[in-house]
Ligand binder design. Structure first.
Ligand SMILES: Nc1ncnc2c1ncn2[C@@H]1O[C@H](COP(=O)(O)OP(=O)(O)OP(=O)(O)O)[C@@H](O)[C@H]1O
Ligand SMILES: [Mg+2]
Length: 255
């Protein structure tokens, strides 16, 4: 369903003194339909860069990305926008994903209108209400602005907004890292239920091996821009081979 081949991304920042980072180096993986792939690694190892590259929010230096057989790198901006019904992303900061000047309902309806989901406004609202029900939100949030809701509510709104487009693939970039532990577990359960109900394909990004081991079928370990080990979650946790994976597993086992 989602395949990336030899993705590379190098950043160059600074005006006088240039600072170079090889954020993503030769990253390749494939996720079959209905599977969840976990991408784990320390802060700054390039996980979010991989996510942004797949969404084409930034362009790779080289590499290929295929979504259900479609070569995303070969698509024009307009055609890529059309693909956003098939692939959606949830970022780690839910508040920054909502327009502060728009009420929640408008933020939810707008992408549905753009992508032709539902035949009229009433149908779209009914779909949002159905999703709100699934994620445990009430429609009294519709008329609020983003600064009038909590982080946990914002994250569930973002999940509803992504799901409203019926994507085949969902990229979750540390979707619960900003939430407190009780809300984290709730949101993770919601995501797992939705994945099962809709037979969706997830790329789940986290620095937390415990979360991934509960959530994913397969785990890939990333260090300094590269995937250094890959395998089933049992293999990664019980029989890690790479020294970096061993370190991660040791930390995980201490808790
Ligand atoms: N736009 C940018 N310009 C320059 N460097 C960048 C840019 N975006 C990211 N980087 C650098 O690229 C590296 C990878 O960043 P990235 O955000 O992909 O890491 P990450 O694994 O998602 O980290 P975290 O777990 O903290 O979210 C980091 O060293 C970061 O400082
Ligand atoms: Mg990140």
């Amino acid at each position: 369903m989602l395949k990336v081949e030899n993705l590379n991304k190098h950043y160059c920042s600074g005006i006088i003194r240039k600072h170079h980072v090889n954020a993503v180096k030769n990253v390749s993986f494939e996720i079959q339909k209905g599977n969840i792939l976990g991408l784990v690694g320390n802060s700054g190892c390039g996980k979010s860069t991989v996510a942004r590259l797949i969404m084409r929010l930034i362009e790779p230096d080289s590499g290929k990305i295929f979504l259900d057989g479609i070569d995303l790198m070969g698509l024009s901006y307009q055609k890529m926008k059309e693909q956003l019904t098939n692939i959606q992303i949830i970022f780690q900061h839910p508040e920054s994903s909502l327009d502060p000047h728009k009420k929640i309902l408008s933020s939810l309806l707008e992408p549905m209108e753009i992508h032709g989901i539902g035949s009229c406004k009433e149908e779209r609202i009914a779909k949002i209400e159905e999703l709100f029900d699934l994620v445990g939100l009430k429609n009294n949030l519709f008329t609020r602005f983003p600064h009038q809701i909590s982080g946990g509510e914002a994250q569930r709104i973002i999940i509803s907004r992504a799901m409203a487009l019926n994507p085949k693939v969902l990229i979750l970039d540390e979707p619960t890292s900003m939430l407190d532990v009780s809300i984290q577990a709730h949101v993770m359960n919601i995501l797992k239920d939705l994945q099962k109900k809709r037979d969706m394909t997830y790329l789940f990004i986290s620095h937390d091996l415990e979360v991934l081991s509960w959530f994913c079928d397969e785990i890939h370990v990333m260090n300094k821009g590269e995937i250094v080990e890959r395998g089933s979650k049992d293999k990664i946790i019980n029989d890690p081979q790479n020294p970096f994976t061993k370190e991660l597993v040791d930390c995980f086992c201490k808790f």
